[in-house]
Design a protein around this ligand. Structure first.
Ligand SMILES: C[S@@+](CC[C@H](N)C(=O)[O-])C[C@H]1O[C@@H](n2cnc3c(N)ncnc32)[C@H](O)[C@@H]1O
Length: 237
């Protein structure tokens, strides 16, 4: 397991394959279920309408994919895409017993840096906690821009380093004192030690806006949420 910030795509893929069995439990326990509120915000802010064709990239266990599917309804289509097959297997298992069935979802193993979709294919897209993990953020944004139709949005939810000193200290304490020990209880110490370096090198909201515009999007806004400890970047093609 690498300990520096130079994780390769293969390192990241194997981390997410390994944490797949505990991923949902950790998310729910560590955020007290509030991650569902943030994920719903991302799904809503993607602007996906009934009947739309949508992409949830870096879908992991598919929470946002499910929210998008409910939003577009049975006449819509949602592709949940991720490069970690263990996450996709979890995602598929989670919707197996949902009634009415979410048949509008298709799970696709795909790399966010080389999307296997045609240009201008999607009406809307989402990404939850994925942008921080890709090894090339500008390329990822360029790919998202390519596959979206004109005037469509992508809503990108992720952690964020707050600018306020106190809240930043709180975030660091929370990661060190709560998240990493909780992950350790579940045998995932090394995997969650990865969170801090990934957050340290993640662009600020302002930098994310600049990257979005540089990728070709016509509008870019970063909305800090949870006191700035999280953020949603909304990009319009
Ligand atoms: C922290 S999880 C987020 C999962 C889910 N979106 C959520 O919000 O719960 C990040 C996901 O991004 C995926 N990922 C990271 N880099 C990727 C890439 N280059 N292509 C596709 N998936 C990637 C990982 O496999 C992992 O499932």
């Amino acid at each position: 397991m690498p300990t520096k910030s130079n994780y390769t795509s293969t390192d990241i893929q194997s981390i997410f394959n390994r944490i797949a069995p505990v991923y949902d439990r950790l998310n729910n326990d560590l955020s007290f279920g509030i991650h569902w509120v943030w994920k719903q915000m991302a799904a809503s802010w993607s602007g996906a309408k009934a009947g739309a064709i949508c992409l949830d990239i870096c879908c992991g266990s598919g929470d946002i994919t499910q929210l998008l599917a409910k939003q577009v309804g049975t006449t819509g289509t949602v592709i949940g895409a991720d490069f970690a097959p263990a996450q996709l297997a979890n995602a598929a298992a989670k919707i197996a017993d949902i009634y009415p069935p979410l048949d509008q979802i298709t799970w696709v193993e795909a790399d966010a840096l080389n999307l296997p979709f045609a240009d201008a294919y999607f009406d809307a897209a989402t990404m939850g906690y994925g942008l921080r993990n890709v090894t090339d953020i500008p390329l990822c944004l360029t790919e998202l821009h390519r596959v979206l139709k004109a005037d469509s949005n992508v809503a990108i939810l992720d952690f964020h380093r707050p600018s306020g000193k106190l809240i930043r200290r709180f975030q660091q304490w929370y990661l060190d004192a709560i998240v990493v020990p909780k992950a350790a209880q579940l045998g995932m110490t090394d995997e969650y030690a990865y969170l801090n370096p990934s957050l340290d090198r993640f662009p600020t909201g302002t930098e994310q806006v600049e990257l979005g515009l540089a990728a070709g999007f016509s509008q870019a806004t970063h909305y800090p949420i949870a006191g700035g400890m999280m953020g949603i970047l909304v990009l319009t093609k």
